[in-house]
Design a protein around this ligand. Structure first.
Ligand SMILES: *Cc1c(COP(=O)(O)O)cnc(C)c1O
Length: 341
């Protein structure tokens, strides 16, 4: 099977498993796990933040960050296809009493500061929710792995300063943006109060995300993680995989982007598919079949040994990753060609 459903399907490599096997561990609820402590220190430095915290998932990472930045009844501005709105089980409302104010981004899922300034509610209006956070997703998952230009982020951060708002980065795939633009992750992170980044996607770790911010915010986050059941004991086993991923698997993401471009180029020649190759910037490819349904297309691919996922309604999503080779990408293109021949 060629599995292009997601970059989360990757399995820890032998070297990563060795690092896990050899990890020194302790009770992380007592902050006595040396490997977890090392990962958090390393990640904080990499992201240019005072402190970082290992969390079990990207969803928990985003939600803890939103929680520590807000109070019940506050409002968070985000894009209408943002992960925190589409794929986090309603948890901004359920866990932190937040409402989301949705902005429609462009075809890349990007909104401008001009677009959101009118959404910021006046602090004098006591009868309105308080706008507290602006959230940006980079790369943007549902828009197809697109990169938010740094100039746009800077412009939004100026707006946030002007109105005293916090900025949160859902940087599940910030590593992909960084290797593509050559802008360091700390140069992205510096505009944000909190960042959340996945270790378990393209970086190939089995489990976990990192959140980072000021010492004060991460101390608050430590308490919230425990309250939500995310305080783990000998978590160094997992942290060792994360550390291995951060030290060895960031630069190779470039290869995943080449695979995505190769795949997009190949399938763009098939007239029964609709695809905009220009939107393929990192490791995600979005496309639609013209004459058959998404379900029919997916099942035909599956029968021939190719697994694909879905994005927005009517859209197929293919994600390249560490466990798929260039040869398999060529094979995947052939499989799709035979479906329409
Ligand atoms: C995958 C993802 C998350 C959350 O990841 P989980 O680890 O599956 O909880 C958050 N944001 C974005 C943009 C993602 O792609």
């Amino acid at each position: 099977m060629i599995d292009l459903r997601s970059d989360t399907v990757t399995k820890p490599s032998l070297e990563m498993r060795k690092a896990m096997y050899n990890a020194e561990v302790g009770d992380d609820v007592y902050k006595e796990d040396p490997t977890a402590n090392e990962l958090e220190k390393y990640a904080a430095e990499l992201l240019g933040k005072e402190a970082a915290l290992f969390v079990p998932s990207g969803v928990m990472g985003n939600q803890i960050c939103l929680n520590v930045l807000t109070e019940h009844g506050d409002e968070v501005i985000c894009e209408k296809d943002a992960h925190i709105f589409q794929y986090e089980s309603g948890s901004p409302a359920a866990l932190s009493g937040l409402q989301l104010s949705l902005v429609e981004g462009n075809e890349r899922g990007i909104f401008s500061s001009e677009q959101i300034e009118p959404l910021i509610r006046p602090t004098s209006a006591y009868y309105m929710a308080r706008t507290k956070v602006i959230e940006i997703e980079n790369t943007h998952n549902r828009a197809g792995g697109t990169i938010n230009p740094i100039e746009n982020i800077i412009s939004i951060s100026k707006l946030a300063k002007k109105y005293n708002l916090f900025l949160h980065l859902d940087g599940a795939r910030i590593w992909n943006a960084s290797v593509e633009t050559k802008i360091s992750v700390s140069d992205y992170a510096k505009y944000f109060n909190t960042v959340s980044c996945c270790l378990s996607k393209g970086l190939g770790a089995p489990i976990g995300s990192i959140i980072a911010g000021s010492k004060e915010l991460i101390e608050k986050a430590f308490r919230v993680r425990k309250a939500w059941g995310g305080g783990m004991r000998q978590v160094g086993i997992l942290s060792a995989a994360g550390l291995y991923a951060l030290k060895n698997n960031i630069n190779r993401l470039k290869e995943d982007h080449e695979k995505a471009k190769l795949f997009a180029e190949g399938i763009s020649k098939i007239s029964d598919l609709c695809i905009n190759k220009n939107l393929v910037e990192t490791n995600i490819v979005m496309f639609s079949p013209k004459n058959i349904s998404v379900d029919e297309f997916l099942s035909k691919c599956k029968n021939k040994g190719l697994l694909l996922g879905t994005g927005k309604v009517g859209v197929i999503r293919a994600v390249t990753h560490i466990d798929v080779t260039f040869e398999q990408i060529n094979e995947a293109i052939k499989i799709i060609e035979t479906i329409f021949s």
